[in-house]
Ligand binder design. Structure first.
Ligand code: ADP
Ligand code: MG
Length: 329
């Protein structure tokens, strides 16, 4: 199983940032409202993620590290309507196969916290009591210590940090009501406070995307049947492009959606002050019935498949066209 885990790790664990993505998504799936991320040396030495989510019961701690042991999908029917970010049950097993991983947790209804530790090769998790508030802490030390070929692909601390920063921005934009703290080498580097009111939300988006993005953007908000689209579009902010498209809380890079955005933008450019070479920045949230979208395409790629692709395309196109033309006229 160790080899299988390491092979699977190749798909989900490319670098510290990809580990952080998996762990933070687990915290979100656990319903956490606060996630603290601590890293050392760009995450290569240490990644520690603590959340205040539902926790893991003592009996399930060992299982959580086993491959394909997910608590999130219990039937084929569930697979049709995935609402959680994780569903393959591979991340923890993969990460622990290429690092020294400790998992400590306490669910609400348990008196004590417990900790499991599984080191690379033998994978026999040992369990012991450990004090912990309600929630979970995952600690990952020495990434790729046992796979030197992969370790050589790690870049400088600065580069790994910038990947981590980007992953956290991306997730923090998707879950505005979750607070995030990021510490690097003992220093608090980023703090995104949970946002509820419209004003708090704009403040948070400004903290993540820059104040000029929010100031120069047009607000998008439209709904039709089961489809909802919200967010901000910034057609001409002479700065680096910033493009985030979320489908049910997952960031996606989808050709169909890109096409819809681009079409609407190019149309608007013909009859307006926008010039195409200024590009388009956006943060867009599309929500639809999870049964209408297939996220089970590839673990690391940001692809989705819509059952009614044409409908979704036209909806996005129309919503975009509407705000862009309203802004002009
Ligand atoms: P998946 O997310 O695909 O289910 P993972 O390997 O990421 O698989 O996690 C395995 C299991 O461990 C999850 O199904 C969940 O039950 C549990 N788990 C992992 N992280 C957390 C967490 N932060 N809080 C609560 N449960 C967790
Ligand atoms: Mg997961």
């Amino acid at each position: 199983p160790q080899l299988a885990n390491q092979i699977a790790a190749g798909e989900v664990v490319e670098r510290p940032a990809s580990i952080i993505k998996e762990l933070v998504e687990n915290s979100i799936d656990a319903g956490a409202s606060r996630i603290d991320i601590e890293i050392e040396q760009g995450g290569c030495k240490l990644i520690r993620i603590r959340d205040n989510g539902c926790g893991i019961a003592k009996d399930e701690l060992g299982l959580a590290l086993a491959r394909h042991a997910t608590s999130k999908i219990s039937s084929l029917d569930d697979l049709e309507a995935i609402v959680s970010l994780g569903f393959r049950g591979e991340a923890l097993a993969s990460i622990s196969s290429v690092s020294r991983l400790t998992l400590t947790s306490k669910p609400e209804n348990q008196v004590e916290g417990w900790q499991v530790y599984a080191e690379g090769r033998d994978m026999l998790p040992t369990i012991k009591p450990a004090s912990h508030p309600i929630g979970t802490t995952v600690e990952v030390l020495d990434i790729f210590y046992n796979t030197p070929a992969r370790r050589r692909f790690l870049k400088t601390e600065k580069t790994e940090f910038s990947h981590i920063d980007e992953i956290i921005r991306r997730i923090a934009l998707a879950y505005l009501n979750v607070s995030f703290n990021l510490q690097h080498n003992g220093k608090l580097i980023k703090q995104y406070r949970a946002a509820e009111s419209e004003q708090q939300i704009e403040k948070r988006v400004a903290a993540i995307c820059g104040i000029s993005f929010i100031q120069k953007s047009i607000k998008l908000s439209w709904q039709h049947d089961d489809l909802t689209i919200k967010g901000w579009i910034s057609p001409n902010i002479g700065q680096e492009q910033l493009q985030y498209f979320y489908v049910n809380g997952r960031v996606v890079k989808d050709r169909l959606l890109n096409h819809a955005l681009k079409q609407a933008f190019l149309e608007a450019c013909k009859s307006s002050v926008y010039s195409t070479d200024e590009g388009l920045s956006y943060v867009i949230y599309l929500e639809l019935d999870p049964r209408q979208v297939d996220v089970n395409v590839h673990p690391a790629k940001h692809e989705v498949r819509f059952h009614e692709a044409r409908l979704v395309h036209d909806f996005v196109y129309q919503a975009m066209s509407m705000v862009l033309s309203a802004e002009n006229g």
